[in-house]
Design a protein around this ligand. Sequence first.
Ligand code: ASP
Ligand code: MG
Length: 454
Amino acid sequence: MIVLKFGGTSVADAERILGVAAIVKARAGSRPLVVVSALAGVTDLLARAVACAKAGDREGIEPLLSDLARRHRWAISGAVEPAGARHDLTLQVDGMLEDLRQLLRSVRLLGEGTPRASDTLLAFGELMSSRIVAAAFRASGLPSRWVDPREFVVTDDRHGAATADVEATGERARPLVTEALDAGEIPVVGGFVGATREGHTTTLGRGGSDTSAAVLGAALLASEIQIWTDVDGILSADPRVCPEARVCARVAFAEAAELAFYGAKVLHPAAIAPAVARGIPVRVLNSLRPQGAGTVVVAEPGEGAPPLVAVASRGGATLVRLRSRRMRIDAGFLPQALAALEAEGVVPDLVVSSEVGVAAAVAGRLDAKRLATRAGDGVEVEIHPEQGIVCIVGSGLATDGRIRGRVLAALAEHDPALVSLGGSGTSVSALVAETRLADVVRSLHRTFFEGGGG
Ligand code: ASP
Ligand code: MG
């Protein structure tokens, strides 16, 4: 079997939901389990409603509830047929919205919402969207069965950021999912939601539907997990900076983690770790362009993998240099420098240290005077704002000295203020003036990722 997960924008409205039905139909032969997010923006609306209820703000809740009702009814009216099924589902969803209203009222009157109550409320988004998607599948001639994540996604009781137990989830999910698939029906389940062993509803944290897909894929030993979103996959550069960026066919988990750190928002590697750790490939695909092959994330780079996969970048960095006035580094200078930075509330992204000083790149700005005071008398502080980090990512950097040499030489041409190699094995990072960042990214991309290079 395979797991297909559709994010909020992929199920934003009736038209997109019917697009999802077409995608699933084309893959019906692979025994898919379908995981869906709430309709785009719905979890935010619910979170705002919960906040209003806790604050006792009755007026604030009403427009949010109307918005939720309108969005869901509109999706049903456009995606569900025949009229009888549409009518039944509308009644059911209206009933859920009424329950939601009552629960919000209780929170408001009590003036307190526990994390457990909040999870029960946030879960409504996925519990509604999944019912609509299941009904839309049937309307598209695709037999399907709605299944309730609270019955089989078993989690701990850390409400708001619960962790699922893959083994326990597998035990409960297997019979339900197998029965539906054997009956020729596609199981459809809301992501993000689970329940404790005692049956209390939990949520897996914002963006948690990817985690649901990974946990279910791992629990059911899926042959592949597909994350359907609104981008073509993981790209070889930020397309806003580098129009030549192309989709990476295959990325190793460590490479994906590195890219996420530098702001590739496609997929949070931590979310898919349970699947990758069990050797299940996770493929990212675009529901607006389903013919693309997307990017597959695998545990290890494997035979014939490209040595380099992408050039990541991020602006808004500051370079800090701390130098010992004594012209030699004292034992404990590095921890002292890091502690001074930490006390200023920053964690450096890159650090290079030598006999007489430490240079670090940090996100955001820093107050030079305050830092100097913290660092103490014997330390000279220098700050250069408006820097950008460029990072070349690829497992080949760890294994191929020739590649490493070429990357360092290419970076050196751009006169970087700092270069960091060896921190992770899968990346080399450098700091350049922010005004030059885009040019540097394009140039490195040209060298390593265009015209068969890399
Ligand atoms: N609907 C939830 C959220 O917006 C979970 C998800 O979409 O992954 O965070
Ligand atoms: Mg979402």
